[in-house]
Design a protein around this ligand. Structure first.
Ligand code: NDP
Ligand code: 8X3
Length: 250
């Protein structure tokens, strides 16, 4: 059956691949991010390829007011089936004592507060219908803390914890909550983390075959299309060359 799916951070990486996956199966999608021109390009492509409904919402998930203005009481979300909390980032890979506090704040504001704002802003639609599925994108960084990962690891650990909390508190409303924790995946992630340094970003993915956006999209789609009585709670996925945050065969 056709679904309506809201995907945050769909201008690149996992979110873009997830949008393509749901649209290709005939679902209607709402795609969000800050880079509107990329979202508009994706919208045109998906409409012409799959003839589905695609709505673009441009906002910064760090900005509480913008999030609520865009999502709360938005009629397009009244019959929303799935929220995919994907937008997020790492900034810097520095020792705790050397890291930039502004980077820390941006990661906390985006990866933790942004996810809380978006979820809270759409939640009444799920509660009204006593149905819905929240799929949060965590990370292996939330499973094992690695050197120079400090605050990024903390934000992704929060996603595991908040997913558990949402699952418990929203149980009475019959809302499914899934968290997916991917390992290293080749997207714009490292370019953002290393602030545009392409050499450093590319080095992260050299010498092995990392995950890609399509791998995550296929997994999200699988979790989203299980029978009504089945919910995958938490799932860790890595490329075959990676065992966890510490062990990577290059
Ligand atoms: P990308 O950098 O390729 O994409 C990130 C997306 O998030 C973009 O669409 C970006 O849109 C959006 N985004 C970032 N900040 C904001 C913001 N303040 N407001 C709105 N949108 C924002 O990274 P990935 O696709 O790899 O990352 C997606 C998620 O997966 C993140 O949560 C990341 O932490 C997680 N992850 C990534 C892994 C990897 O190795 N790549 C592994 C495990 C987890 P725009 O810039 O247009 O706003
Ligand atoms: C991204 C994966 O290993 O860079 O969440 O933290 S890692």
């Amino acid at each position: 059956m056709k679904k309506k799916v809201l995907i945050t951070g769909a201008s690149a990486g996992f979110g873009k691949a997830i949008a393509e996956k749901f649209a290709s199966s005939g679902d209607d999608i709402i795609i969000t991010g800050r880079r509107k021109h990329l979202l508009d390009e994706l919208k045109d492509k998906l409409i012409s390829l799959y003839n589905v409904s695609v709505t673009v919402l441009e906002f910064d998930i760090q900005d509480r007011k913008s999030v609520f203005q865009s999502l709360e009481n938005n009629p397009i979300l009244e019959d929303l089936d799935i929220l995919i909390n994907n937008a997020g980032l790492a900034l810097g890979r520095d020792l705790f004592d050397e890291a930039d506090i502004d980077d820390w704040e941006t990661m906390i504001d985006t990866n933790v507060k942004g996810v809380l704002y978006v979820t809270k802003a759409i939640l009444s639609n799920f509660i009204k219908r006593q149905a819905g599925h929240i799929i949060n994108i965590g990370s292996t960084a939330g499973k094992e803390v690695y050197e120079r990962g400090n605050v990024y690891c903390a934000t992704k650990t929060s996603i595991e914890v908040l997913s558990q909390a949402m699952r418990i508190d929203l149980l009475k409303h019959k809302i499914k909550v899934t968290v997916i924790h991917p390992g290293a995946a080749d997207t714009e992630f490292s370019l953002v983390r290393f602030k545009g340094d392409e050499t450093k970003a590319q080095a992260v993915y050299e010498g092995y075959t990392p995950l890609n956006g399509q791998d995550i999209a296929d997994t999200v789609f699988y979790c989203a299309n299980l029978p009504k009585h089945v919910c995958i709670n938490s799932l860790v996925m890595t490329c075959t060359a990676q065992a966890n945050s510490f062990y990577l065969l290059k």
